[in-house]
Design a protein around this ligand. Structure first.
Ligand code: ADE
Length: 244
């Protein structure tokens, strides 16, 4: 999967591109991260990329020309399905389902705004959708773009590794995750739950599901209600009954 990131601050992506799972996925060509400096495309002699808003008001607005030319410079491979996304608090909120949907594209073009935002005419003419990572306002779209790349790449890498670890995870199942423990078994008198040391995998799975249900019921009753209304095996229904 190829991510093209249009930004005024490509340096923000340097550590991100090289670190941990994203770094490894990029190294092994599962994903490709291509940052594009929007300023390089400004035709202004001072490489200006923004201007004052018509109608007045605070801040500056990113102009159409550098954005449009930066976008045009991106070469999408033949037969590749691409989507142009503008990161903005006005967009649809990113969820696990949305991440799955985005993972079906071959190339994502992520446009990071700054200052007060971008000229609406760029959005109207070139953007397929606006995407928000939550109900708060960031100083720019870069962190939001990293969230999109990170969450989508995780799915892409897991799928290609044929691993079930993302499948098992909370949002994939519709529940929050059960608690995790590692060594030591006794940390300042706080013990690891006995069942996890038992080696009985069926029991461990039941315990984990019960914990996931309890924590979801408490913290995200909306997810809990949806989950318990779903179709489940007899075993799962028994565990749900314990938590009800
Ligand atoms: N840019 C500024 N705030 C944002 C948000 N919440 N989500 C995505 N992009 C943003």
């Amino acid at each position: 999967m190829i991510f093209h990131i249009m930004t005024l601050f490509p340096e923000q992506f340097e550590a991100f591109k090289q670190t941990s799972i994203i770094g490894r996925a990029a190294q092994s060509d599962l994903i490709k991260l291509n940052t594009i400096q929007i300023r390089d495309f400004s035709l202004d002699k001072h490489k200006k990329v923004d201007d004052a808003p018509f109608g007045g008001g605070a801040g500056m607005v990113m102009t159409v020309q550098p954005l449009k030319d930066a976008l045009r410079s991106i070469v999408v491979e033949e037969n590749h399905l691409k989507r142009v996304i503008y990161l903005s608090p006005r967009g649809e909120t990113l969820t696990h389902d949305k991440v799955i949907e985005l993972s079906t594209y071959d190339e994502l073009i992520l446009v990071c705004g700054h200052y007060e935002g971008v000229d609406q005419r760029f959005i109207d003419s070139y953007v397929d959708e606006e995407l928000s990572i939550g109900d708060y306002v960031l100083t720019g779209g870069e962190l939001a773009a990293m969230v999109v790349v990170d969450s989508v790449s995780r799915l892409v890498s897991e799928v290609l590794k044929n691993s079930d670890s993302s499948e098992e995870e909370s949002f994939a199942m519709g529940l929050l995750e059960y608690p995790h423990y590692t060594r030591p078994t006794d940390y300042e008198g706080k013990l690891v739950p006995e069942v996890l040391l038992s080696g009985n995998h069926a029991k461990i799975n039941d315990w984990r599901l019960e914990q996931a249900l309890r924590i979801t019921k408490e913290r995200r009753p909306d997810l809990y209600e949806t989950y318990i209304k779903g179709d489940h095996s007899k075993k799962v229904r028994e565990i749900i009954k314990k938590v009800l």
